[in-house]
Design a binder for this molecule. Structure first.
Ligand SMILES: [Zn+2]
Length: 262
């Protein structure tokens, strides 16, 4: 069956159906086509590249794809489709099934652009490695050696073949990003147990022990304190506590999936 836009040449071509969840990865010129054309977007094909390569050339990271079908049959990303094949992508489900060697509880490493998300995850007690000066190879190495899921918005980073497990974080605002991560990975939450500054664990500390380190107003007002076992920072339920509690509650609700961001 041919549509109104006949192919002008005999160059090999695939048609790729991209589901709604993955269309934002496509180049702008293909997004509307992907939504409106039931046959999918046309994709030039050299006849030898793997299907995984084709999908990535459309801008879709393979970390975001749970399955590939060619003419209705499930195929691996190493598959080389015949000319004219109809390709369909399935997005990773939420929550995402994890490989058997995933640690419990889950750990993450975030790329340099996700500092605000790192603080939010730590605030929720999720083990989150982050440095604002980490280079890409270090991020991949840490992800692999420590079995941390690499979270990024850098598609090039997700394309690294050696990467154990990575994910593209949706959203530009940290609140949207954390909603996305919690919905996708559903990590166990333990708010107020981890240092937002350095990811160290927090332990309760007696007021007498630290009284000389506290501003007088704090010493008078608060009785419960925690200290980071790594960097020594002290925490107490200060003026920002109500805002943080609201944020923790919002993240928990989002993780339960009842008010996902539009
Ligand atoms: Zn710390």
């Amino acid at each position: 069956m041919s549509g109104p836009e006949e192919r002008a040449t005999a160059d090999p071509e695939l048609r790729v159906r991209v589901p709604d969840e993955l269309r934002f990865f496509l180049p702008a010129r293909l997004r509307r086509r992907a939504a409106e054309d039931p046959e999918g977007v046309p994709c030039p094909y050299d006849g030898t590249s793997s299907l995984g390569h084709v999908v990535q050339s459309l801008g879709v990271p393979l970390t975001e794809v749970a399955g590939l079908r060619a003419d209705g049959t499930a195929v691996p990303d190493s598959y080389r489709p015949p000319d004219g094949a109809r390709i369909a992508l399935t997005p990773v489900p939420r929550p995402q099934p994890l490989p058997p060697d995933a640690p419990s509880p889950l750990r993450f490493v975030l790329d340099v652009h996700l500092g605000a998300l790192a603080r939010r995850l730590r605030l929720l007690g999720v083990d989150t490695a982050y440095r604002n000066d980490a280079h890409d190879p270090e991020l991949v190495r840490q992800a692999n050696e420590e079995r941390r899921i690499l979270l990024t918005q850098d598609r090039g980073l997700l394309r690294r073949r050696t990467l154990w497990l990575g994910a593209y974080v949706r959203g530009s605002r940290p609140d949207d990003q954390i909603t996305d991560v919690l919905a996708r990975f559903d990590p166990p939450l333990a708010p107020w147990t981890r240092c937002p500054a350095c990811n160290g664990t927090l332990v309760a500390v007696a007021k007498e022990e630290i009284a000389d380190q506290l501003p007088p107003g704090t010493r008078r007002t608060y009785d419960t304190f925690t200290r980071c076992t790594v960097c020594g920072r002290l925490y107490w339920p200060g003026a920002h506590h109500a805002g943080l509690t609201a944020r923790v509650d919002a993240a928990r609700r989002a993780a339960e999936g009842d008010d996902a961001a539009p």
